[in-house]
Design a protein. Structure first.
Length: 452
């Protein structure tokens, strides 16, 4: 990284940032209060609020959102007449999954031999909270913050329950800004500066299949009694073609990605695909993960193998996620998914489909002045490397809510969730070098954007 005052300041702040990130990671802030105490999320929210107050933010508040969680808001005034920039991150995290599969405890930030910092939320997206704080601190130490800064840290992004989206719609002035920086994306590869230009949307449904008044002895009734679990398997299988492509009746799945491409061998490595196992779908990897729909069965409720009895199952259910690319309306995709499930349920079995969550896809305007400022900032922070544009297969429903509420605002997506971070998986980690460089880039961006 080329020496400059901002970079030098951020470098000096990194040891303290590691300590702070460890404090924040220690909160088990999973916004599923059936699994984790609500007090853990409240503790994380208060930590963020205290950090904002310490930096001089005004109007710091814990916003009670309609889904029962809290988002943290703060405002730092800049010079009179300066533009306003909203910085977004979320402090809630995914569950740790199998804690025994973690090499180090999931809620204890740990530096391993590779130099990365491991812990749930280290990259997604508690590291994003630290990125924003570091950028503000670097500016304060070098002449002051040249823009008005709003910070919003969401408390339920991973659950997709839309609490902050609904709150923003009810209070449209609160998050209004000239430019919005979403710190919940990631570089295409460690060390390659990247802005995410598209996001797939998402719909989440729960499917319940029932066939009998109660479980039956498989020896006495099996062969004629309709098995609800078998019916559910048939439904789930209908959502994929022979090559693994997603097949929802009426939903297009042949779009192509015309930007940065994803080498197939590198993807296999990043995804940890076992030798000999084929990738699914057709087209380029970028087509499949950024430009086309993708269905995933997230969970099935049925008897576990251990303790199973010889029974024909009376009922079974599954949770299904469908990612939808830009250009496809998530509401329409949900209707098509529900219709597909209902039409492919065999044997007249009763099926109920309940929508759990939904978010629209997003496409950024990369020709805007804010993107030009970010390109220049990334160039400095990454020693002359040109910023690339990539898609992201994940969803951030808030992006479209903000785009709808503030159609004149420019929205940029950057962050710490590069492939090695393994977000949502066991052994999630963040690269401290990426945290440092992106904090520098964000601070420089705010300087350059103020000068436009």
């Amino acid at each position: 990284m080329s020496p400059n005052p901002i970079a030098e300041t951020v470098a000096s702040l990194m040891p303290g940032a590691r300590t702070e990130l460890a404090e924040l990671v220690a909160f088990k802030s999973v916004a599923d209060f059936d699994q984790f105490p609500k007090s853990e999320s409240e503790g994380a929210a208060n930590w963020v609020a205290d950090a904002l107050r310490a930096e001089g933010f005004q109007d710091v508040a814990l916003l009670d959102t309609p889904d029962g969680t809290q988002s943290v808001y703060g405002f730092l005034p800049g010079p009179e007449g300066a533009p306003t920039v909203l910085l977004y991150a979320h402090y809630d995290v995914q569950p740790p999954l199998d804690e025994t599969a973690w090499v180090t405890p999931p809620f204890e930030l740990t530096e391993r031999e590779d130099g990365r910092w491991y812990g749930r939320g280290a990259a997604d997206c508690k590291g994003g909270v630290l990125m924003h704080l570091l950028a503000v601190r670097a500016l304060k130490a070098n002449g002051g913050v040249p823009v008005n800064v709003k910070v919003i840290a969401e408390g339920s992004e991973e659950q997709g329950t839309g609490g902050l989206e609904r709150y923003a719609e009810q209070h449209p002035e609160l998050l209004k800004a000239d430019t919005i920086v979403i710190g919940d994306a990631g570089n295409f590869r460690v060390g390659l500066p990247t802005a995410t230009s598209t996001l797939r949307g998402m719909t989440l449904v729960r499917v319940q299949v029932d066939t009998l008044g109660g479980n039956l002895h498989s020896g006495q009734f099996g062969g004629a009694a309709p098995d609800a679990l078998a019916a559910l398997v048939r439904v789930l299988d209908s959502l994929r073609a022979e090559d693994g492509s997603t097949t929802v009746d009426g939903l297009a799945g042949d779009a192509a990605w015309d930007g940065l491409q994803y080498d197939e061998d590198q993807f296999r490595k990043d995804a940890k695909v076992i030798d000999g196992v084929e990738l699914i779908g057709s087209g380029t990897v970028a087509d499949r993960i950024w430009a086309r729909p993708a269905v995933t069965v997230l969970g099935i409720d049925c008897p576990p193998v251990v303790g199973a009895t010889p029974s024909v199952q009376a009922g079974a259910r599954a949770l299904i996620s469908l990612r939808v690319p830009p250009g496809t309306d998530a509401v329409e995709a949900t209707k098509l998914l529900v219709a597909h499930i209902e039409s492919h349920t065999p044997w007249g079995a009763r099926v109920q489909v309940e929508q759990i969550g939904q978010g629209q896809a997003f496409r950024a305007n990369t020709g805007s002045p804010a993107y030009a400022a970010m390109t220049e900032a990334m160039d400095v922070a990454y020693d002359g490397q040109e910023m690339q544009y990539a898609g992201q297969g994940g969803s951030i429903p808030l992006c479209n809510t903000l785009a709808s509420l503030y159609p004149e605002a420019e929205i940029l997506l950057i962050g710490l969730s590069e492939p090695e971070a393994q977000i949502h998986a066991v052994n999630e980690s963040v690269s401290p070098q990426e945290l440092e460089r992106l904090s520098v880039a964000e601070a420089l961006f705010l300087q350059k954007y103020a000068a436009i």
